[in-house]
Design a protein around this ligand. Sequence first.
Ligand SMILES: CC(C)(COP(=O)(O)OP(=O)(O)OC[C@H]1O[C@@H](n2cnc3c(N)ncnc32)[C@H](O)[C@@H]1OP(=O)(O)O)[C@@H](O)C(=O)NCCC(=O)NCCS
Length: 192
Amino acid sequence: MGLISDIKTIKRKDPATRHALEIILTYSGMHAIWTYRLAHLFWRGRLKLIARLLSSIARIITGVEIHPAARIGKNVVIDHGTGVVIGETAMIADDVLIYHGVTLGGTGNERGEKRHPTVCTGAMIAAGAKILGDIKVGMYAKVGANAVVLRDVPDFSTAVGIPARIIPNEKSSGAVCSLYSKASEKKDESSA
Ligand SMILES: CC(C)(COP(=O)(O)OP(=O)(O)OC[C@H]1O[C@@H](n2cnc3c(N)ncnc32)[C@H](O)[C@@H]1OP(=O)(O)O)[C@@H](O)C(=O)NCCC(=O)NCCS
């Protein structure tokens, strides 16, 4: 989860970046993730008001709102930052790339504990996409720009349009987040 790993990931995923200092000083999506990590620690330590305050300050500065209770893995990049909203029960695995304008939100109809999406390892969510409800975006799946996704996206496939249609990939068996484990989610939740 270190700074160096974050910087290396940004260099790998964003051809526009030039050097580490530039990323540290100007990459607002990364500033939002670093602040989220601190806010998440406060949230887990039951200092929830401080956590929410940090998250609000990060939103004002970066335009990215991440609920401090959300779960975010390693090497997650939010490119261009602004306009991203990540809801309270959203889960994002490692190596996910998110562009500006993305919402990982609820539909407004959920009543269960998990109201927001789970995004699995290596997925890419393009600019403006809205992913709504307790659904999963599979491993290495792609969600196209401005798509509105209301159901699971299988591993390796692409989802485009409103509502999103699934374009299968030859690597896809139809499974969704095949390495995603409910057990690890539960373990995580109990430590929160
Ligand atoms: C979805 C995307 C990732 C391409 O994925 P892909 O798997 O290579 O898909 P393809 O380009 O082969 O397109 C497959 C189909 O989806 C359609 N499609 C692609 N992107 C689409 C979009 N955003 N909305 C609607 N349809 C789209 C294509 O027209 C094609 O349709 P067809 O099968 O009827 O011909 C890409 O189109 C996209 O949306 N990129 C945005 C990246 C971004 O956010 N950039 C911002 C940087 S600042």
